[in-house]
Design a protein around this ligand. Sequence first.
Ligand code: BGC
Length: 379
Amino acid sequence: MMRSLLLCLAVLSLIPTDACQPDGKARSPMTKSVFGRLPNGREVHEFTLTNRFGLSTQILNYGATVRSLLVPDRNGKLEDVVLGYDSLSEYVDGTAYFGAIVGRYGNRIGKGQFQLDGKQYRLTINDGENHLHGGKTGFNKALWDATVLSDSAEPSLQLQYVSPDGEEGYPGTVTLKVIYTLTENNELRIAYEGVTDRPTVLNPTHHSYFNLSGSFTHPILGHLLMIEADSFTPADKGLIPTGQMMNVTDTPMDFRTPTAIGARIDDSFEQLVLGKGYDHNWILRGGAGRVRKAAELYEPASGRLMTVFTDQPGLQFYSGNFLDGTAKGKNGIAYGHRTGLCLETQAFPDSPNKPQFPSVTLRPGEVYRQTAIYQFSTR
Ligand code: BGC
């Protein structure tokens, strides 16, 4: 005990004081381990990032996946707030996109087709008659190259994926870097940077399913949600936007003040019926290109509050409607209906076919950039 305490004191100049645990052991801001092997024999690694307040996350280089995120409740109790699996094979076989970076196009492209510079492109159809989250083998199924950028008080991991020309039908070789950082402000910050060698479309997003209660056996219906949006993009039965923008006033889509997710989710409002709950894109206030607050999610029993910031024009709020208990997650817990929710920072769905929506075209010489921040505190 004495020895480990002395050891801890010795490394205080390198790591923050609070990184010493009660047992005197220093908590390392970043560790790396082998998570499993892909069917082709390639090794998948898991990186554990920890800040001095105990916030920690396990990130896989498979799918650039956030596998766990331990966050304190109002009494300082650390609990996992994201859905995920225990083993690599479940990620390989899974269809829920737990914690992954999805792309090239996060969300749907109608009929899996679009035109760019007068040329027609056909993408993989993997969701009814549409294309979803980059196709059958999207970025969530790729093995990314990992580089530890900082092993300090703000541990930072870079993941890079080179998506070949023609992958899932998309033109151009795209190189996407995603940097995950655990900040001193108890934030998980995600910075994206992408380039291409031919004109293409790019709209990646992060797909964690959050349940701030610390228990994945309970639905997220009691969480209070606030979204900084006066309107949303209504969609058809395949969840492809109609192209209109609808004001949220006097509808169950109005989250301008914190409202329980379950309060109106089963209303007969047509958009909720079509979405089988919430599965829509909100048009964020304040214009794109500037990082601003997009949403707040609060879980009253634990006191956990998550504030989402983004520079993107839209936010997809998906209330986990397709979770049905068949996916067994960490510790063998079956993820029932609406036991997790996604808040995906992104451009609007089907933008390549909607000239009135903000553009998602990326050309050679341009750099795609996105910042998303999930900040944790308590009330
Ligand atoms: C979509 C849902 C889809 C889910 C797949 C969400 O981003 O909005 O419609 O079922 O991803 O996990």
